[in-house]
Design a protein around this ligand. Structure first.
Ligand SMILES: CSCCC(=O)C(=O)COP(=O)(O)O
Ligand SMILES: [Mg+2]
Length: 226
């Protein structure tokens, strides 16, 4: 019996286009100014130092750090310091009303229905926990954060590694087989299934690569009894 649902964001609760055509370009546009203005503040300084370590360039000055981060945005690297800084930058965009978080109508309804039925809902995204809370807190349908019991990001581990899902299940405190993971990416679902979770792939676009997981075109079609 499914007691917990853990959901991916990009391609699952919301569109890939929103992330790649709105969020990433906004972060890229504001990255340089943000790092120059806030680089001395401890939460930002910590991530700048993490960039130097991850890039193995301990002597990188601020402009070099900015260039490394811009390269990582362009390559869609799911690395923690970039994801943490993007979350901080998006905060202003949401606050100023430059955009709202895209969530598919069927996802909004599905999340509300499952929450109402007593199923605990969690998010697992490469976007930082701050970014996740911002997206659902400033969604097209208003504040959806009361629906969620918790959030996981790359500080728990990469989404394509089985160990990440073992950590999530341990943190949630439920048996793996009572946890359903929703994602559009087969490699993420494979890793979750390897850890014993139930899985369903969201196939929102025709022609997407599928694997050995149940598929659903929308949250309406997600089965909890498979
Ligand atoms: C939290 S919204 C931004 C999502 C993001 O930065 C990203 O890289 C998408 O990752 P996901 O794991 O949701 O596919
Ligand atoms: Mg995804």
């Amino acid at each position: 019996m499914i007691r917990v649902i853990v959901t991916d964001i990009e391609g699952t609760t919301g569109s890939i286009a929103f992330v790649h055509e709105v969020l990433f370009p906004y972060a890229r546009r504001h990255l340089g100014d943000f790092v120059r203005q806030h680089g001395d503040e401890p939460p930002v300084a910590e991530q700048i130092q993490a960039v130097r370590e991850l890039a193995e360039e301990p002597g990188a000055d601020l402009e070099r750090v900015i260039a490394i981060l811009e390269g990582w945005i362009d390559a869609d690297r799911k690395v923690t310091p970039l994801k943490a800084l993007q979350g901080m930058i998006w905060e202003r965009g949401y606050r100023d009303g430059d955009f709202t978080g895209h969530v598919y109508p069927d996802a909004i309804e599905g999340l509300k229905r499952w929450h109402q039925a007593g199923i605990a809902l969690y998010v697992y995204s490469s976007g930082s926990v701050q970014a996740q809370k911002l997206l659902f807190g400033h969604s097209d349908a208003g504040d959806l954060t009361p629906l969620f019991s918790g959030y996981f990001d790359t500080t728990t581990g990469p989404k394509r590694e089985t160990a990440s899902y073992r950590r999530i299940v341990e943190a949630i405190g439920e048996p793996a087989e009572s946890v359903l993971f929703l994602s559009d990416v087969v490699a993420e679902l494979d890793a979750a299934a390897e850890a014993g979770l139930k899985t369903t792939q969201l196939v929102r676009e025709p022609g997407m690569t599928t694997g050995d997981h149940p598929v659903a075109e929308s949250f309406d079609a997600v089965r909890l009894d498979e």
